[in-house]
Design a protein around this ligand. Structure first.
Ligand code: ATP
Ligand code: MG
Length: 384
């Protein structure tokens, strides 16, 4: 008797001509997520089976599987030879000692000596005589013993379906570049877009020494959390210290964040184009803070020349975003109190609804081209 994990994927996305393409991407991601753990992945009509792992590592392996987009659900099962004695032996192991139950049998092997109903009835009857404190309830059971008779002479028994991350396999929807800040929102934005099958790389802007090394470590940690879902990612780290000093020196201080945003978007687009990313992604949510008004977005958007900017959180309230942040395991890191570069040289009264003409007038006081080149020359890249 061997422990295995059954993985079911979201069928909807895998139908039609693209099936092979989706399945290959899915398999690659599964393999990447299980790197470092002994295992073997086998394909069985409409699902995958993970076998030959160390049974002591089943929790860690399950934890990895939970984060792979495209997994609809998974179950930890016992695999035995498909004869009734062996099947009963496995059913006994996955049966609880108390409560109501039913047996649900799926028979892919139509040559098996009994049909599904007969198998369920016989196994159910034997379980009843084995355990004194269980009873049958086919309508509303406390637990279900699932028996799956495969075509290859094996059978699986399990008692639980765990929910997977859903979505589409990362790698099937192109590539985007996430502007990641160290706050709550941007990691959630990256997670949502990765769930739609997009490879997500990150870019972070810092103002060292005005912002400290812990602020940077925090972003690295957040990117690592995200990378568990994206099966690895590339983090670009760029200094905007000199840009902020120049804005501070030469421009109306009320425009600090507005002008800085335009530099961030320009730098991000250039790096995106260089690295094959097809869009920018931000954690902006409409009206959440002063710089996230539609006028603020218009101002930063207008410097992005070729790529779309995805803002998946635009219609979310903060508490909805926090819930997702907790769900993906980023929240505790995001709330550590280190400063973002947007808080450096922050004016008392930042402009809330910046008019584009006024923004451009302020920006004309700077040597934009030179500042961009300088920032782009100092990009640091981490592979997480
Ligand atoms: P977050 O929680 O993601 O920090 P926020 O609510 O603090 O968002 P802002 O600081 O206005 O909002 O940032 C809006 C978006 O701009 C962020 O979600 C992120 O995509 C981008 N951004 C802000 N600061 C940085 C930064 N230092 N590096 C990269 N991107 C940034
Ligand atoms: Mg922020």
């Amino acid at each position: 008797m061997e422990k295995v994990i059954i993985i079911r994927y979201s069928e909807i996305h895998l139908k039609g001509k693209n099936r092979g393409y989706f399945e290959r991407a899915f398999l690659v991601n599964l393999e990447k997520s299980l790197k470092g753990y002994k295992h073997e992945i086998k394909r069985q009509s409409g699902r995958y089976l993970i076998e030959n792992f160390n049974e002591s590592e089943v929790d860690e392996i399950s934890d990895r599987i939970k984060r792979v987009f495209g997994v609809h659900s998974y179950s930890v099962a016992l695999k035995v030879k498909s004869n009734m004695d062996e099947i009963f032996r496995a059913a006994k192991k996955v049966c609880f000692e108390h409560g109501s139950f039913k047996v649900n049998t799926h028979r892919a092997d139509k040559t098996f000596c009994l049909n599904s109903m007969q198998i369920s009835a016989e196994i159910g009857g034997k379980l009843l005589s084995e355990f004194k404190n269980i009873e049958v309830d086919v309508h509303n059971p406390d637990f279900v013993i699932n028996i799956d008779i495969r075509e290859n002479g094996t059978a699986l028994a399990f008692n639980e379906f765990f929910k997977g991350a859903g979505g589409m396999p990362v790698g099937t929807s192109g590539k985007g570049l996430l502007l990641i800040s160290g706050g709550i929102d941007s990691p959630v934005a990256g997670h949502m877009i990765a769930k739609r099958g997009m490879v997500v790389d990150c870019i972070h802007f810092h103002s060292y020494p005005y912002t400290n090394a812990q602020a940077r470590d925090k972003v690295v940690e957040l990117s690592k959390v995200l990378s568990k879902y994206t099966c690895g990612l590339r983090l670009n780290i760029v200094s905007v210290t000199h840009i902020q000093e120049e804005i501070h020196k030469k421009c109306n201080g009320e425009y600090m964040v507005t002008l800085l945003r335009r530099f961030m978007f320009r730098i991000a687009e250039r790096i995106a184009l260089k690295t094959g990313a097809q869009c920018l992604i931000t954690g902006e949510s409409l009206g959440q803070v002063a710089s996230q008004t539609i006028e603020g977005m218009t101002s930063s958007n207008s410097v992005v020349e070729k790529l779309p900017v995805l803002r998946p959180l635009c219609g979310f309230d903060k508490d909805e975003i926090i819930e997702r942040s907790r769900g993906m395991g980023a929240y505790e890191i995001s709330i550590q109190p280190y400063e973002d570069c947007c808080t450096v040289f922050l004016p008392k009264h930042p402009v809330i609804k910046p008019q584009l003409s006024a923004v451009v007038e302020e920006e004309n006081k700077l040597n934009v081209k030179e500042l961009l080149e300088e920032a782009l020359n100092g990009v640091e890249v981490l592979h997480l």
